[in-house]
Design a protein around this ligand. Structure first.
Ligand code: FE2
Length: 444
C-alpha cells in the first residue's frame, strides 16, 4: 500500500506522483504559489490519481466562485469515475466535494471532518474543512476541528506547525487572543513561510486594538509570507487595516495600489479584500478616486450568481462605491432570490446577506436612517455568512457612520461606545466618538 508523507493510505500506486501531491499540499498549507499548477502537472501525467483530482476540486471549491463550477465538475467527475479503486479515506474526500458542489457546505465540512476520525493526519481534509468552516461562519469549529487532531501532531511530525497555525486562527476567532498569539508566533518562529499562522497573529493583535504591534508584526515577518504567496494580498489587507485604525490614509491607499490591488485580478477572494478596504475608506469620507470602478466591473460579471451571500454583499459595496446604484439594486434582487435557492447560501442570504446589501444600497442612496434599520438587527447574525470578525467589522463601521449621517446622535454614541470598549485607544474609534458627541475620557 502506498502512503503519503504522513502515513495516510493512498490507493494510487505511483510513489513519485504521491510525493508530488505531498509537495503541492505543502505549498497549499503555506499558501505558496502555485499548488494548482502543480496538481495540473501531476494529473497530466497521472490521470487516474483520484486523490489528485480531489485536491484540484478542493482548491476550486475554496475559491467560492461560481465561474469555476465547470472546472469543479470536471475534477469531481474524474474522481467519481475512479471511486471503485479509491480507499475509504479517498471516498470520504469525494463525498465531501460532492456535497460542496451541491451547495451543502455544512455537510461537506462534516464529511471532511469525519475523515479525520480515522486519519487525523489527513491535512488535506483538515485544511479544506478549516477553510470551509471559515466560509460557513463556524467559529467554534475553526478551533475544535483542529483541536481534535492536535494529539496526532505532538512532537516532531511534518506539518505540525501548519496545524498549530490553523489552531491559532480558531483560537482567535473564538476570542482567546492571548493563546492565539502565543501559538501563532510559535508556528511562525518554526516556519516563517506559514502565512496562515502570521495571519492568525495579525488577527489576535487587531482584535485588541494593537495596531502598532500589528504593523511591526507584519513588517518584521514579511520576508517569509509575502514572496510568491497566494495569500499575501490578505496579510497586506491586515496591514492596511492597522494603518486605517491609526487614520494613516495615504499609507492605506499606497498599500491598496501596490499590494492589495496591484493588478486587475479576477480572483474573488482578492476582490473581497479590495472592495472591503475601499468601502471602509469611502464610508469614512475618503475620496478613493476611480478605484471602485475596476472592482465593480469584476463583480458585475457575477451579479446574477447568488452563489455566496458574503461575496454578494461585497459586490453591493463595490457597486455603491462606484456610483452604480442600478447594479447594487440588481445585486439586492439576486440576494432576495437566493433565499429560495439551494444549499447553505439560502440561509446565509436570508439571515445576513440581503439586509447587509440593502444597508449598503441605502447608504449609497443617502437614506442613512434606512441603512441603520437594515444593519442594526442583522449585526447579531452577521457571522452566519462567514468571514472573520475583522471582515465583519464593516457592519459596525457602516452602522456608526450611517447613524451619524442620519443625525441619530443617541444611536451613534451607542455604536461608537461599543467600538471604543473593544479598542479604547483606536484613533478611528475616538474620532467617531467625538463626532457622536461622546466624551471619550471615561472610555479611554
Ligand atoms: Fe484575515
Amino acid at each position: 500500500m502506498t502512503t503519503d508523507l504522513l502515513g495516510n493510505p493512498v490507493s494510487y500506486g505511483d510513489r513519485n506522483a504521491v510525493a508530488a501531491l505531498d509537495a503541492a499540499a505543502d505549498k497549499l498549507l503555506a499558501y505558496r504559489a502555485d499548488p494548482f499548477a502543480e496538481v495540473e502537472a501531476i494529473l497530466a501525467a497521472h490521470p487516474r490519481f483520484a486523490l489528485a483530482h480531489c485536491f484540484r476540486a478542493g482548491l476550486i471549491a475554496t475559491a467560492t466562485d461560481r465561474t469555476l463550477d465547470g472546472e469543479m465538475a470536471k475534477s469531481l467527475d474524474a474522481a467519481r469515475a475512479l471511486v471503485w479503486d479509491a480507499n475509504p479515506r479517498e471516498r470520504g474526500h469525494i463525498a465531501a466535494l460532492a456535497a460542496w458542489a451541491s451547495g451543502d457546505w455544512a455537510g461537506a465540512v462534516e464529511l471532511w471532518g469525519r475523515i479525520l476520525h480515522d486519519h487525523p493526519r489527513d491535512t488535506m481534509a483538515l485544511q479544506f474543512a478549516h477553510v470551509g468552516d471559515f466560509f460557513n461562519g463556524s467559529s467554534a469549529m475553526l478551533r475544535d476541528r483542529v483541536a481534535g487532531v492536535l494529539p496526532a501532531f505532538a512532537g516532531d511530525v511534518p506539518r505540525a506547525g501548519f496545524v498549530r497555525g490553523m489552531y491559532a486562527f480558531g483560537l482567535e476567532e473564538t476570542g482567546d487572543y492571548e493563546t492565539a498569539e502565543r501559538v501563532g508566533r510559535a508556528s511562525v518562529a518554526a516556519n516563517p513561510q506559514d502565512a496562515w499562522a502570521v495571519h492568525a497573529v495579525a488577527h489576535a493583535l487587531e482584535m485588541r486594538g494593537r495596531a502598532a504591534e500589528g504593523i511591526d508584526w507584519l513588517a518584521s515577518t514579511e520576508s517569509g509570507w509575502a514572496p510568491d504567496n497566494m495569500f499575501a494580498y490578505h496579510n497586506w489587507w491586515h496591514l492596511a487595516l492597522c494603518r486605517l485604525d491609526r487614520e494613516e490614509i495615504p499609507q492605506v491607499l499606497a498599500l491598496y495600489d501596490t499590494r492589495i490591488r496591484p493588478a486587475d485580478s479576477d480572483v474573488v477572494l482578492e476582490l473581497i479584500d479590495a472592495t472591503a478596504m475601499l468601502w471602509r475608506l469611502h464610508a469614512r469620507g475618503v475620496d478613493v478616486g476611480n478605484r471602485f470602478e475596476q472592482v465593480a466591473a469584476r463583480w458585475a460579471a457575477r451579479i446574477e450568481h447568488g452563489f455566496y451571500a458574503f461575496n454578494d454583499a461585497h459586490a453591493a459595496m463595490a457597486f455603491v462605491g462606484a456610483g452604480r446604484l442600478d447594479l447594487a439594486r440588481r445585486q439586492v434582487a439576486t440576494l432576495r432570490a437566493a433565499i429560495s435557492g439551494a444549499g447553505v447560501n439560502a440561509g446565509m442570504s436570508a439571515d445576513a446577506g440581503l439586509a447587509l446589501a440593502e444597508g449598503f444600497l441605502a447608504f449609497g442612496e443617502e437614506r442613512y436612517a434606512a441603512c441603520v434599520e437594515h444593519l442594526v438587527d442583522m449585526r447579531a447574525r452577521a457571522a452566519r455568512f462567514g468571514g472573520s470578525h475583522a471582515q465583519r467589522d464593516v457592519v459596525s463601521w457602516t452602522l456608526v457612520e450611517a447613524a451619524l449621517r442620519a443625525g441619530q446622535t443617541g444611536a451613534a454614541r451607542y455604536f461608537a461606545a461599543q467600538r471604543l470598549a473593544a479598542k479604547p485607544q483606536s484613533p478611528l474609534n475616538r474620532a467617531w466618538a467625538l463626532r457622536a458627541g461622546e466624551g471619550i475620557a471615561a472610555a479611554a
